[in-house]
Each structure stands twice: as C-alpha cells, then as structure tokens.
Design a protein. Structure first.
Length: 359
C-alpha cells in the first residue's frame, strides 16, 4: 500500500529525558531516545527507585520506561506503588514495556496507574510521541488532580458499540470495495503521489495512532501549513483548530473527495483496528491536540474517537462554530454516548455527506 506520511509539522518538543530499566529493549530505547535528551540506564528496580529518589524538584522532567518480564511483574508493580506514594515522584510518567503479551498484565498495569503499557511489536517512535505528550501535559482528565487517591479512568468500548463498529465497517468495506478500487485508480491518474495519506492523530486518552485517508492534496502539503497560517485566514477564526477556505493544496479530484467525504472511507480500517469508532469525537492532529490541555478541553479525550460525530451533523465546515460550541459538543458526547445515540448520529450524518460548502 502506497502511503504518504505526515511528519513535518506540529510535532511536540523532541527533547525527552529518560530513566529506564531494560535488557531486551535496551538497544531500541537508546536508538529512539539517544538524541535530543538525556538517557540513563539503571541495573535493577532498586537502582531505579534510588535514582528517582535522588532527583531534585528541578529534575522532575523525566519519564520512566520499565521493561517487564513475567517473572518481575510483582517488582514492577511494587515500584510503581512506591513512586505513587512519594509526593515528588507520584506524577512522573511511567510506561511499561512488556516482553510477552498478556492482557491480565496490561490490566494490572493500568490499575496501578501507569501512563501506558506496550506489548511486543513495539514501535518506539510511537512510544516517543506518546511520552512527548504525557511529559508536557500530565493532566489528561480531572481525575489526575486527585492522584494518588483515584485510579486513572481508561476508556473501553462497550460490547454493543464495538459490535456496531465492526458490523458497519466490515460491511461497508465489502459493499464499497469496487468504489474504493475506482477511487484509488482516479487518484493515481489525477496527480503524482501515493493513493493513501496517513498522519499521526491523537484519540482516546491521548493515544497516538496512524490515521488513514485517501490523498486529496498535493504531495508534501503538510510542509506548507505554517506559511499558509501566516498568510491565510483561519476558517474557524481565533481557534486552536485550523482550516482554510478554498485550500490551494487540494487537487481537482480532492475537492470532490473532500466535499463528498469519500476521502474518509479508509478510516474504516482504523475502526476495525480499534483506533476509532464509527461515532465519536474527532481525533485531532498533533499540533491541535497539544494546545488543548485544560481540564475542560481534555475531557474530550476521555471518550471514543470517531469518524463522524456531533460536529459533523450540526455545523460541519461552518466558520461560525466557536471553540466553546465544539467543547460543549465533545463533552456532551463523552458523557452521554450510547448505541442509540450513535445510531441517531449515523442516520443524521447521511444527509450532510453530499454538501455544497467546501470543508
């Protein structure tokens, strides 16, 4: 699959300071974090605790990576519990790197309030992106103000919602497969470049994932964003969200794909993977998500991310939607989402798919 990647702008700060305990992942950690920050390896859990315990209040901009093999799980969880009891270290970002996949270990890790837990097949580039967000913005929801009293809420799709997602996404891909093939051919004929475009997006719980679309812009359009922001009015006004009317980067075919929302169809693969739901709050580009750090805004990341949602059916593409309105819609869905609300939103989405305004 030919894919254009977005790696050029809006990235969080690249400097990450690491203290880690690892054997199997040692070389991967050094390769991923060796440039642009400090990386310190310790030889045991005791050494790790003692190293953290010696940090001053001016040295707390560190994150902790812990390789967890099955025979050391108890020690790893004990380390986290001890760190959470210390007022200086309780808010440090701790990530578990499992050497063997085990859902029960992952559940125990989140119960112990680690920031994240990765199973084998780890992309350390993604781990670094995750750490860049967590290190800069430790307040992911209102519960974090009360650490260590309450565990961090982790969103898990209800069974019926996940069943609805899989039924719709798999069914749509089967039915629409001839259309997808035709669109792919037309994109190749319309302009130079790959068929698909992928970018890093921030979804549920500030999880970073690869977000798929049909390419609707010329190649390397991302590199033009900063220049366009300086010379072009933001369709959303003075907002963290950026969109321009009559975007010059969009190809001829791209205008049709975007206005008909056909460019969004590859996100059905994101739904099957579990990155998103059919209905939810829109996953955001990194440069937008890193600006939404207040408790009120961060609540939007506690619910499911989705292809369509309240934004799309109420005022899609409208420039008169304020940040306050967006926030209210996101937080309303986060608190009230259900299968019945999802079905209603899906039905209301159909009339706005073919729209006159350019978005």
């Amino acid at each position: 699959m030919e894919v254009q990647k977005n790696t050029s702008f809006g990235m969080p700060q690249s400097r990450v300071n690491i203290i880690y305990y690892a054997d199997q992942y040692d070389a991967d950690i050094v390769a991923a974090f060796g440039e642009g920050g400090t990386v310190k390896k310790v030889g045991s859990f005791i050494d790790l605790y003692e190293t953290v315990n010696k940090l001053s209040v001016y040295e707390l901009d560190v994150s902790i990576l812990v390789e967890v093999q099955p025979n050391v799980l108890t020690e790893a969880l004990g380390l986290v519990e001890t760190l959470k009891k210390n007022w200086l270290s309780r808010n440090l970002v701790v990530i578990f790197l499992l050497t063997e996949k085990d859902p029960s270990v992952t559940a125990a890790a989140f119960q112990a309030r680690v920031a994240d837990c990765y199973s084998p097949g780890i992309s350390f580039a993604d781990v670094k992106l995750r750490l860049q967000f967590l290190s800069a913005y430790k307040i992911l929801n209102e519960q974090l103000k009360h650490l260590p009293e309450a565990p961090l809420k982790q969103y898990k799709a209800p069974f019926l919602k996940r069943l609805l997602d899989l039924t719709i996404s798999i069914g749509a891909l089967i039915v629409l497969s001839p259309v997808l093939l035709i669109i792919a051919i037309l994109i190749k004929l319309d302009s130079k470049g790959p068929i698909f475009y992928t970018s890093k997006r921030v979804g549920t719980g500030y999880k970073i994932f690869d977000f798929y679309k049909f390419r609707s812009m010329r190649v390397n359009a991302d590199k033009e964003v900063e220049a366009l922001k300086a010379t072009t009015a933001n369709q959303y006004g003075d907002s963290a969200f950026f969109k321009m009317k009559d975007d010059p980067r969009v190809t001829k075919l791209g205008n049709f794909l975007r206005n008909s929302s056909i460019d969004e169809l590859p996100q059905l693969f994101n739904v099957i993977k579990g990155d998103m739901s059919i209905v939810g709050n829109r996953p955001l580009p990194l440069y937008e998500a890193e600006q939404l750090t207040t408790n009120e805004w961060s609540m939007r990341f506690l619910g499911p991310a989705g292809i369509t949602g309240l934004w799309q059916i109420i005022k899609r593409g409208k420039s008169d939607m304020s940040d306050r309105e967006r926030k209210k819609l996101d937080n309303f869905y986060n608190k009230k989402f259900s299968v019945w609300l999802d079905l209603k939103i899906i039905l209301m989405t159909v009339p706005v798919l073919l729209q006159k305004e350019k978005v």
